[in-house]
Design a protein. Structure first.
Length: 364
């Protein structure tokens, strides 16, 4: 049986993370706001605020004068006190974003990758891009780390790319380890779609409970946010949504199976039938809803964003017709609020979350 412990270090980090979350979601806050939102004692909140102020993560911006008693100090998050860089590795491109502590994208850049690129070629492109984003404004000294959203299959726990679909040189590559050595920075590695759903959760806040992000960008994947946290699965390889079968007699897919959603979708797009391609995705989404009972579905990816309204309409109509009962089963379908930056921004937010989010409990 696994026993969970919560030591003083964990509790300190947990309480600080709760205050940081308030700073991200509200423009300003004060001690009483934190007490009401968290249930912590005023004394505990004062200690947390003092630590965060000392680290430069929050700052006082004035006082609120009540009718009687001592004026209350008002605080705000300092967005430019920390940064993270997020990388979205696709089969054709590398997209990098610089994200501040509040989760805002400060800078975005995309560059081509060679056909069937090697780990060395990716690392060189990463290093050049990181240098370009941190060569001014003192950003490097405030950089928390680099997050990489990568094509799967992928072992998040061990930092390994197990065998990226469509890339010959990516079999059991320890990308997290070699990237840390190459960049001389902490690196967080996750599936592209898991990074993407993390970004959406940061932006939506506590209302984002059970959701999926469907990404269409040279491949098709699904990132899942279940019970208020990213769902990676038993082997941290959840998200191979594009490799669920929708046609038993369909064409052979790059994964070796026949009739996968991704290959059926791609055949439709290759034929110029975007409406049919969108309906294929919609069928897959309805299957997901029947399995997981999701409240939100977010559509993302560069290929999808070339025809956003076609995909949004097809998925919305399929959900309404085939999966939901409007009187008690409802699902909101939207396009990603971050556009083409969704995956890279989410990878950066995962880095910030490691340092300034709720810490993980360690089993012993």
């Amino acid at each position: 049986m696994t026993r969970i412990t919560a030591d003083v270090t964990f509790l300190r980090g947990y309480n600080q993370a709760r205050v940081m979350a308030l700073g991200r979601t509200g423009r300003t806050f004060e001690r009483s706001t934190v007490v009401e939102a968290t249930g912590l004692t005023p004394q505990a909140v004062s200690k947390v605020i003092a630590r965060l102020t000392g680290d430069g993560l929050i700052r006082p911006v004035g006082v609120r004068r009540a009718g009687i008693g001592k004026p209350a100090v008002v605080y705000e998050l300092v967005p430019d006190s920390r940064y993270a860089i997020g990388a979205h590795v696709a089969r054709r491109t590398l997209r990098l974003v610089l994200v501040d502590l509040a989760g805002a994208v400060r800078h975005s850049a995309v560059s081509p990758l060679p056909d069937d690129f090697t780990p060395e070629q990716l690392l060189d492109a990463l290093a050049s891009g990181v240098d370009a984003m941190t060569n001014s404004g003192g950003v490097r000294g405030k950089l928390t780390g680099v997050g990489i959203g990568m094509i799967g299959p992928l072992d998040h726990a061990n930092g390994l790319v197990r065998g990226a679909h469509g890339l010959r040189h990516w079999h059991d590559v320890p990308l997290r380890e070699i990237a840390e050595k190459h960049l001389d920075l902490p690196v967080h590695l996750d599936k592209d779609v898991t990074a993407g759903i993390t970004a959406e959760a940061w932006r939506h806040g506590a209302t984002f409970g059970d959701a999926a992000l469907i990404m269409i960008e040279s491949g098709i994947g699904g990132g899942f946010w279940l019970g208020g946290t990213a769902h990676r699965g038993a082997h941290t390889n959840a998200g191979e949504f594009g490799h669920t079968v929708v046609d038993l007699d369909g064409p052979r897919c790059v994964c070796g199976r026949h009739g996968c959603l991704e290959i059926v979708h791609n055949h439709a797009t290759d034929a110029g039938d975007i409406a049919r391609a969108a309906r294929v995705v919609a069928v897959g989404v309805v299957n997901l809803l029947q399995t997981l009972d999701l409240a939100h579905v977010v559509l993302a990816g560069a290929d999808l964003l070339r025809h956003p309204q076609t995909y949004l309409t097809a998925v919305t109509e399929a959900v309404r017709a085939d999966a939901r009962r409007a009187d008690w089963l409802t699902t909101t379908v939207t396009l990603s609020s971050l556009g083409a930056d969704a995956i890279a921004a989410g990878a950066a937010m995962q880095v910030l979350d490691q340092h300034y989010g709720v810490p993980a409990l360690a089993p012993i």
